[in-house]
Design a protein around this ligand. Structure first.
Ligand code: GLC
Length: 544
């Protein structure tokens, strides 16, 4: 059973609460129904009031938006949908004045097909240096009419698309997202310049998209067990030729040196989907990523055995290399935890979305579990990631009409997989117009479900038992008690799952009935105690 000893010396990224902003759905200042950078700047006080330490902004770069901005056409500019570079500078300046750090999203595995590098490659001959930026290959079969290998796209269908002159290019995601060739030193130097461009503008770090996909095995051999794993991998089996190849690490070592050459504490968090976590530990050695997302924890589901072993495995793995563990229950790629825990939908990252014809989640029970889970998570030492809207207790939009869907997963699978739009719906700010204050005009690129009205921020602010006030209280306590920088030790409390962080006892009731608490002063609970008993699904903090 894992223990974790507090690490000396404060570093914001080791213990901070990092709030993910999905710019197109945060706040719209222009009235076009798509959130923008000015909208974020105007609302920053709300995040200070919430009590987070840092922001992570999902992509706002120039992009045709085929994958909501994860298809970048210019890494050093802002898409007019979101504003301008001057708006970005203003956001940075305002955030720093308010003591909020800012991480931005770096998408190095692939570009948009509209990126100049790809357009140059398409307009150049096979074998040219322009094509070397990407993976262009001749096909198999008598006339090259078959893809070069058996790789599949994560969004469905083959991972290869043929271009006019007959060559094929690789895309592990949408066909509009060609994979870069990281064997090419020119690609490496382009990205070093991109890192510097943003570091010079003052960013505190990067969330790195799909880093485990960047290096490919030499010769791009077939996926050895594609029939079983599809586009992915199976934990415990050999790494398929497109996932977590060893050769990728030297890239992050170079990046780490660049970050460390800047003043202040700049940090990189890798969206590395690498399991088991003992393998992930290689990604957070002292000269590589500062941290990676903890997909083991996210995917565990909310059940005692899985959460216990996810926490054990996390501390064992990350402590072995001196890296902080991270904790996360939500992001823009998975169903929101209220809905996930309110139904039986399995692994978060394997979710294909819920639609109008599917069994619907019980969002009331889901919210009770979600609040308990969040309070339990926020007591753990390490960095915690929150996703916009979870502080309002928002459920997924699980009855979204298909006509609105924009996720390439939906489009590439002809609607078989509904995709991730349900968790990306614009935030409700002030109860009222069509989009509840997201945009003054009421416009919104995805419609909100009717339940969002009552969950609008203004309906919860200063309302004692609201989810918003609960998140604020939890973050305030986490800060006061320095839980993020603290220690971890399991405590045997019979039927309750408990751990100690410093002098705080953190308890969750996984059972279906209320349970008696041990002695101690109650600091906060995710649900009201009943005759001194902790309700089912609830968590609490006790001072002991
Ligand atoms: C990451 C992003 C996801 C995106 C994918 C391809 O997983 O979080 O939204 O679709 O990478 O860039």
């Amino acid at each position: 059973m894992a223990r974790h000893i507090a690490i000396e010396g404060y570093k914001w990224w080791r213990s901070g609460v990092i709030y993910q902003i999905y710019p197109r759905s945060f706040a719209d200042s222009s009235g076009d129904g798509i959130g923008d950078l000015r909208g974020i700047t105007q609302r920053l006080d709300v995040l200070v009031d919430l009590g987070v330490d840092a922001l992570w902004l999902s992509p706002f770069y120039t992009s045709p938006q085929k994958d909501a901005g994860y298809d970048v056409a210019d890494y050093c500019d802002v898409d007019p949908l979101f504003g301008t570079l001057a708006d970005f500078d203003e956001l940075m300046k305002t955030a720093h004045l308010k003591n909020l750090r800012v991480m931005i999203d770096l998408v190095p595995n692939h570009t948009s097909d509209q990126h100049r590098w790809f357009q140059d490659a398409l307009n150049s001959k096979p074998g040219s240096k322009e094509r070397e930026y990407y993976h262009f290959k001749n096909g198999l079969g008598d006339n090259g009419e078959l893809p070069p290998n058996n790789w599949l796209s994560m969004f469905g269908g083959p991972a290869w698309t043929r271009c006019e002159d007959g060559q094929w290019f690789l895309h592990l995601f949408d066909s509009s997202q060609p994979d870069l060739n990281w064997e090419n030193p020119l690609v490496r130097s382009e990205f070093e310049a991109i890192l510097r461009f943003w570091l010079d503008r003052g960013v505190d770090g990067f969330r790195v998209d799909q880093p485990h996909a960047m290096a490919k095995a030499a010769g791009l051999p077939d996926h050895p067990y594609v029939d079983e794993a599809g586009a992915g991998f199976i934990e415990g089996r050999e790494a398929p030729p497109m996932w977590f190849q060893d050769s990728v690490h030297e890239i992050f070592r170079d990046w780490r040196k660049i970050l460390e050459s800047y003043p202040g504490q700049r940090a990189m968090c890798g969206e590395a989907y690498v399991l088991p976590l003992s393998l992930m530990a290689l990604w957070v050695r002292p000269d590589e990523f500062h941290q990676t997302f903890n997909f083991r924890f996210l995917d565990a589901g909310w059940n005692e055995a899985a959460i216990t072993s996810a926490i054990d495995e996390s501390f064992e793995a990350f402590d072995s290399v001196g890296a902080p563990s991270t904790w996360v229950l939500n992001n823009h790629d998975v169903m929101r935890h209220v809905s996930r825990f309110g139904g039986n939908y399995g692994r978060a990252t394997a979710s294909d979305g819920i639609g109008i014809n599917d069994p619907q989640p019980d969002n009331e029970t889901g919210l009770a579990i979600a609040k308990g889970a969040t309070l339990f998570m926020l007591g753990l030492p390490g960095a915690s990631y929150l996703y916009q809207g979870e502080e309002l207790g928002l459920p997924d939009h699980t009855t979204l009409e298909d006509e609105y869907r924009q996720d390439p997963t939906f489009l590439r699978t002809n609607g078989k997989r509904l995709g991730r739009d349900g968790s990306r719906v614009p935030l409700p700010w002030e109860k009222g117009n069509q989009s509840n204050g997201f945009s003054e005009t009421g416009a919104s690129w995805l419609p909100q479900p009717s339940s969002y009205k009552a969950l609008s921020r203004d309906q919860q602010l200063n309302v004692a038992d609201s989810t918003l006030e609960f998140y604020k209280a939890a973050l305030r306590l986490r800060n006061e008690l320095k839980l993020g920088e603290g220690s971890f030790d399991w405590v045997n409390q019979g039927e309750l799952l408990s751990y100690k962080n410093g002098e705080t006892l953190i308890i969750h009731n996984f059972s279906d009935i209320p349970k008696r608490l041990p002695a101690g002063r109650l600091l906060l609970a995710s649900a009201e105690l009943f005759e001194g008993l902790l309700p089912a699904h609830a968590s609490c903090y006790l001072k002991v």
